[in-house]
Design a protein. Structure first.
Length: 468
């Protein structure tokens, strides 16, 4: 098994022993059994126990808290939800604004918990910069995106355009055309958050059993290698590992995202680059890039990974030379001074992608199942909303959390949209990704003829629409 400290930069930075908590060795009778000690499971346990201290809750974890995506992600704590434009489209303007305010309040809600529980995870709410820098088409698509945001009910204080000079006051990238800035994002050290949250949950009286995989589950019962758990409610909080708990894998596919981190960079270099307030940043391409300046002055940078035939999990995240060099190429296009910088950490993780890119928070009351997932790589913040919402659903509350369009109350698991069978998934995914790669190569080449640029973008637009 891969040493736990090598799972990611974040796990390597932890100033604590990475020893597993004791495994479950005896049968339990519970009110709520949570499978997975990642963000979703821990937030659900936290909000449930704070509101209903009498509940008998336990968390099962196949490895240790933070082993999955919660200890490996890019550290963006976002105040939004994947595909929120489609999710909110049917609401009235007043309802839409209320939902937007709920989503944008996620970073502040998390910050409040961090302060209350004494969790230090390098929280910095510096906002996010979506940059147009590598080719001119990025500016056009970003401006069109901003217009769409305003039509949805966003305001200038939520998202605003920065010209090249305004952008340079926060971030200096090569060949900048401009950027969209939003204040509703923070950056964090992900492993510190998940490990601190686990301790906070334990302090509330919720035991966490590690090295305790759920090997079988059905309504009211979970089986582990050494014990059986009977429960009134079950929360399968496994996200990218949904295939390990059939039939969840039909509704949520594991895809990978891959990251690199540089050595700590000198202050003189950061004065050239910026990011002094802990801002997150991305460049506007379908490579899905994301980055931040870590608290110890590294550039942490990631981009879209892949999908494996049959939805198989990727276990080996020792990145290939080609995977590392693609990310080096992408960040050195933005920061040429970093082209030859030393990369000290490379890693990746499995994340969950729901059909039609629709996150969901579902409560099957007949079978006693509550689940939240399909975050599509934006789960650091969305899991907090998911945990609050699942707690409200289990406690049979009717409030702002449970009234949202992504909430499916009193609905069976089968009501979630399913992915097509193989080989359709694999062929479709790879065809789509290849169209994105072709577009990026074509647009990044200034010698590409105008008709080739238009054709590449039209094909990628078509394929992206097919995904939805």
């Amino acid at each position: 098994m891969q040493p736990l400290r090598t799972l990611s930069l974040w796990m390597d930075q932890l100033d604590e022993p990475l020893c597993a908590r004791p495994a479950l060795r005896e049968d339990l009778d519970l009110d709520v059994c949570i499978i997975g000690a990642g963000y979703t499971g821990l937030w659900t346990a936290y909000y449930l126990k704070r509101q209903a201290p009498h509940l008998n809750i336990a968390v099962l974890e196949a490895n240790i808290a933070g082993f999955g995506a919660s200890g490996r992600n890019g550290g963006w704590l976002m105040g939004n939800l994947l595909g929120e434009d489609r999710l909110l489209a049917s609401l009235s303007p007043q309802q839409r604004r209320a939902s937007i305010d709920l989503l944008q309040g996620i970073p502040d809600e998390v910050h409040g918990v961090l302060q209350r529980e004494g969790i230090d995870c390098d929280f910095r709410k510096g906002g996010v910069l979506y940059c147009a820098a590598r080719y001119p088409e990025q500016e056009r698509t970003l401006r069109a995106y901003l217009d769409d945001l305003y039509r949805q009910g966003m305001r200038e204080e939520d998202y605003r355009w920065l010209g090249p000079e305004q952008l340079a006051a926060q971030l200096r990238v090569s060949n900048a055309y401009g950027a969209i800035y939003s204040p509703h994002t923070a950056t964090i050290q992900p492993a510190k958050l998940v490990r601190g949250l686990a301790r906070a949950v334990e302090a509330l009286g919720v035991p966490i059993y590690e090295n305790t995989p759920a090997i079988d589950w059905q309504p009211g019962e979970v089986r582990t290698p050494l014990a059986r758990i009977r429960c009134q409610w079950m929360v399968p909080a496994v996200e990218g590992y949904a295939a390990s708990l059939p039939p969840l894998g039909k509704h949520q596919l594991p895809v990978q995202s891959l990251l690199v981190a540089t050595e700590p960079l000198p202050e003189s270099t950061w004065q050239e680059i910026g990011l002094a307030q802990g801002q997150a940043f991305s460049e506007n391409s379908r490579q899905v890039t994301y980055g931040q300046r870590s608290a110890d002055n590294r550039l942490v940078f990631g981009a879209r990974g892949g999908y494996r035939f049959g939805g198989r999990l990727r276990e080996d995240f020792n990145l290939t030379e080609a995977e590392v060099e693609l990310r080096r190429y992408l960040f050195s296009e933005l920061f040429p001074q970093l082209k030859h910088v030393r990369i000290t950490h490379t890693w990746g993780g499995n994340l969950g992608m729901a059909r039609r890119f629709r996150p969901h928070m579902l409560c099957d009351r007949q079978r006693g199942i509550a689940l939240s997932g399909g975050y599509g790589g934006e789960g650091v913040g969305a899991t907090n909303l998911g945990g609050r919402t699942l707690a409200a659903l289990i406690l049979n509350q009717r409030n702002e959390l449970t009234a949202q369009p992504w909430v499916l109350d009193n609905r069976p698991l089968s009501s979630l949209a399913g992915w097509p069978p193989e080989p359709c998934r694999w062929l479709g995914y790879n065809a789509i990704i290849q169209s994105f790669v072709h577009e990026d190569r074509t647009l990044a080449n200034p010698a590409s003829a105008p008709w080739r640029r238009r054709l590449a973008s039209s094909l990628a637009d078509f394929m992206e629409g097919f995904m939805h």
